[in-house]
Design a protein around this ligand. Structure first.
Ligand SMILES: [Zn+2]
Ligand SMILES: [Zn+2]
Ligand SMILES: [Zn+2]
Length: 328
């Protein structure tokens, strides 16, 4: 059952996917459903002896293409079919690999896959937003350790990207058609204190207003609305900058750092987002220190007001040292 219900107090959809309760929860490594199927072994999601990168539809989707029209709802609180597409992207056949440990070439191939899926899913008529993301680590609640990311093709523009796009549109109309993200990036370059890695076409920085201590944003330097519009050179540089940042993340506390990785880009609802959407990747690691996690508690969840106990200038310095390979 996939259903959407409208919350008129926050003006946003909530998605219900009841069958997800039955999904596989942290199986032992020898029964990983994302490994290749070995001859004579149990059948996994991938009926092949080996693979490079694989994309398949999630068996326990939050949204489904054929979701039925609901017979619930009222004019005050409408309901809608939870139509959408949920895909799983397997980064490698190696169960113990992580994005940080992969070669630049493999990450470059992954960028190609992400760009391809963005274009393909975005062309489906009911899909208004293609959201590419990864949840990594048990601290984030992952149910399978195998290195993988996900793609949700939503039938609406979800609240957070929507808010960002509205802010960028307002900024543009108030500042002679300037891009909000281009101006933020220039400010970070000029200041320099929060920049953690700089490639030829991408910059990673802890934003001035980071919501998590080690949050980083990876911005395309060119004002490009989506990953699908990146040139070949830019795709290579994205792979290189992601790799450098992730290696730095793992050096930070000396263990494979959990994080949420999300991509923000143009919706696929047919409107024009030139100079409004500016492709970028955001990372939110939950760690405040090696042992302590930042929980989204009363103020963050109930008031939407984030309280952070470290200034971005300080955390960026530590992270930059880790990225550059010095002892943090
Ligand atoms: Zn596995
Ligand atoms: Zn821009
Ligand atoms: Zn963003």
């Amino acid at each position: 059952m996939n259903q959407l219900r409208w919350d008129p107090t926050l003006e946003e959809w909530v998605a219900y996917a009841t069958h997800r309760q039955d999904r596989t929860f942290l199986p032992p490594a020898e029964y990983c459903p994302l490994d290749p199927t070995k001859p004579g072994g149990f059948p996994t999601e991938v009926p092949r002896e080996s693979y490079d990168i694989v994309v398949f539809e999630n068996k326990f989707p939050s949204f489904a293409p054929g979701a039925p029209e609901p017979d619930e709802g009222s004019p005050l609180t409408p309901a809608a079919a939870g139509r959408g597409i949920c895909e799983v992207v397997l980064y490698s056949e190696d169960h113990y690999a992580t994005l940080a440990g992969m070669s630049e070439r493999r990450i470059r191939n992954l960028v190609e896959v992400w760009a391809d899926r963005y274009a393909e899913l975005g062309s489906v008529d009911f899909v208004e937003y293609v959201f590419i993301f990864e949840n990594k680590g048990e601290a984030i609640g992952v149910t399978l350790h195998h290195p993988h990311g996900q793609i949700y093709a939503y039938p609406f523009v979800p609240p957070r990207p929507k808010r960002e796009l509205e802010a960028a549109r307002a900024y543009r109309s108030q500042h002679e058609n300037r891009c909000l993200h281009c101006d933020l990036l220039s400010q970070e370059h000029e200041d320099g204190r929060r920049v953690v890695a700089k490639g030829e076409h991408f910059t990673a920085f802890v934003p001035f207003y980071a919501h998590f201590p080690y949050e980083t944003h990876v911005y395309a330097r060119r004002c490009v609305p989506s990953i699908a519009r990146l040139s070949g050179e830019e795709r290579w540089d994205l792979a290189r900058v992601l790799k450098r940042l992730l290696v730095g993340y793992d050096r930070l506390f000396g263990f494979s750092l959990p994080y949420m990785m999300v991509m923000h880009q143009a919706p696929t609802d047919g409107e024009n987002y030139e100079g409004v959407a500016h492709f970028h990747v955001e990372f939110y690691p939950p760690n405040r220190t090696a042992e302590k996690l930042k929980y989204l508690a009363g103020s963050e969840t109930g008031a939407g007001a984030y309280i952070v106990d470290a200034l971005p200038e300080r955390t960026a310095e530590t992270l930059r040292e880790a990225v550059e390979g010095a002892a943090p």
